[in-house]
Design a protein around this ligand. Structure first.
Ligand code: FAD
Length: 477
């Protein structure tokens, strides 16, 4: 029997689920209210990295003299050209996705879907009657959107969401970023490199305050941000923002998460800035999509609940990606991995999503990348833990490219040598984490990495050097 699979939302969760189901012979309909690619392609991973690529190039130009290059004349960023390049990268990827859908005979419908009843989704059309799509299995992949904080509403003009910040036609002279998580820190790097005076306000006690991010990475990042004159305040929250003639007046106070604020932290701080960027989290796209017509359960904030088989409480409905919220992993590749599990299970398999080795890549300066357990998590999990670090400055390649800041850390089981986690801050950390991901995923030991020859001179040597240290045979580190 051919299954009729309907996928709602064509981000990396939805479109990967659609392709995987189509590859197995299902009749697949993919519904998307905006452009395919979702947040990742249109307002997230891809546009932010296009802009960061230019920002980093610009910074390299500023350091041209260090590399023996004399630049004459003015080096400047042309924002209109940069935005046009960003749009072209997105448009090319969208074209590619449409070809992929055609290739897999996926029926793609543009419009905002809502569930009419079990087995039917309605998609209103601008120039005709609404389409009714029949399904026997539904995969929800409607993702999330930027969260507004009460009293600090985004206006798209001076108080921006991440979507707005990716479409600016000028670099604000001063920018205050509310939220020092992944998105806040990436934007801090971006706009500071482009020339803005940036300040980040974070409610918790460190930047990148995620359980998956090793505290040592936050410490190094904070040190490097200071060197680059990016201001940041931890344990603080923005209380009010008002428009004045001198710009936006921002009042910053002690964070409610800080139970024992110091006298300095209690002292309200007033700042005047040109622009504010809100990077305080996301909210699910689950309102108005007809979930009440199903047995799907959501939590108190609207995030969809599933088990690790990506099943919701309704046996005919699966869900993947950002719509599951922060209790899972809100990253594009996590969504795509969940999508493959959901599509297989919707077609009768019994697969389970494995979250043990989902890498995190953070495009700051230096870059941060993590996979597996931190030391704290490994200890809490009952492992006998050892943790070994090597600095990038010990590598020839780091000296060659003039990128010395940072380190790699391997968290391993001190009895078996098994690699439990890898935490890197440094040049190209987001590429280097792939080896750590393989190691954690396949249960490799530090001896496995020691016995693997790494090309010289490369940054990848940081992994073998750290593994050698973890095997008590340090070479340079
Ligand atoms: P989404 O990508 O949000 O896709 C959901 C889709 O559903 C959207 O296209 C939406 O229009 C559509 N939709 C919603 N409701 C309906 C409806 N009723 N009918 C039809 N369609 C509907 N992740 C990384 O892994 N790496 C990064 O470097 C990275 N950078 C990021 C930078 C920024 C600034 C942001 C905001 C996010 C970033 N992310 C990154 C996160 C990543 O974008 C998300 O984790 C990923 O897009 C989630 O995929 P998804 O398919 O679950 O949801």
């Amino acid at each position: 029997m051919t299954h009729q699979i309907c996928v709602m939302g064509a981000g990396p969760g939805g479109y990967v689920a659609a392709v995987r189901a189509a590859q197995q012979g299902a009749a697949v309909t993919l519904i998307e209210k905006e452009n395919p690619g979702g947040t990742c392609l249109n307002w997230g991973c891809i546009p932010s990295k296009v802009l960061i690529t230019t920002a980093e190039l610009f910074e390299r130009f500023r350091r041209a003299a260090d590399f023996g290059i004399t630049l004459t004349g003015n080096v400047a960023v042309d924002m209109a050209h940069l935005m046009a390049r960003k749009e072209k990268v997105i448009a090319d990827q969208i074209k590619g996705l449409h070809k992929l859908f055609d290739h897999h005979r996926i029926r793609y419908i543009q419009g905002s879907g809502h569930i009419l009843k079990t087995g039917v989704i309605e998609v209103p059309q601008p120039d005709g009657p609404a389409l009714a799509v029949a399904w026997d299995r539904l995969i929800l992949a409607t993702g999330s959107r930027p969260l507004d904080l009460p009293g600090l509403a985004v206006d798209g003009r001076r108080i921006l969401s991440s979507n707005d910040a990716l479409a600016l036609d000028r670099v604000p002279p001063s920018l205050l970023i509310v939220g020092g998580g992944v998105i806040g820190c990436e934007f801090a790097h971006l706009f500071s490199s482009l020339g803005a005076q940036v300040t980040v306000v974070e409610a918790l006690d460190r930047l990148l305050p995620l359980p998956s991010v090793d505290a040592a990475c936050s410490k190094v990042l904070q040190r490097e941000m200071k060197k680059r004159r990016i201001g940041f305040m931890t344990n603080r929250t923005v209380q009010t923002i008002s428009e004045t003639q001198e710009g936006l007046r921002v009042v910053i106070g002690a964070s409610p998460f800080n139970i024992a604020p110091t006298a300095k932290e209690k002292e309200p701080v007033e700042m005047f800035v040109d622009t504010v960027l809100m990077a305080v989290g996301r909210t699910p796209n689950t309102d108005g999509i007809g979930l009440e017509k199903t047995r799907v359960e959501v939590d108190e904030r609207g995030w969809v609940k599933t088990d690790d088989h990506m099943r919701t409480a309704d046996p005919a409905v699966f869900a993947v990606g950002d719509v599951l919220g922060p209790s899972r992993i809100m990253l594009a590749h996590a969504a795509a991995a969940e999508a493959q599990v959901a599509a297989d299970n919707a077609l009768g398999a019994d697969r389970r999503m494995d979250y043990r080795a989902v890498p995190g890549a953070i495009f700051t300066s230096p870059e941060v990348a993590t996979v597996g357990l931190t030391e704290i998590q490994a200890k809490a999990g009952g492992h006998a833990v050892r943790s070994d670090e090597v600095l990038f400055r010990t590598l020839g390649k780091a000296q060659v490219i003039g990128a010395l800041a940072g380190q790699a850390k391997i968290v391993s089981d001190s009895v078996t040598g098994r690699i439990l986690g890898v935490h890197i801050i440094g040049p190209h950390a987001t590429e280097l984490i792939a080896e750590g991901t393989l190691a954690v995923n396949k249960g490799l030991t530090v001896e496995d990495l020691v016995g693997t020859i790494h090309a010289h001179p490369t940054l990848a040597e940081i992994m073998s050097e750290t593994a050698m240290k973890a095997a008590d045979r340090p070479l340079h580190g």
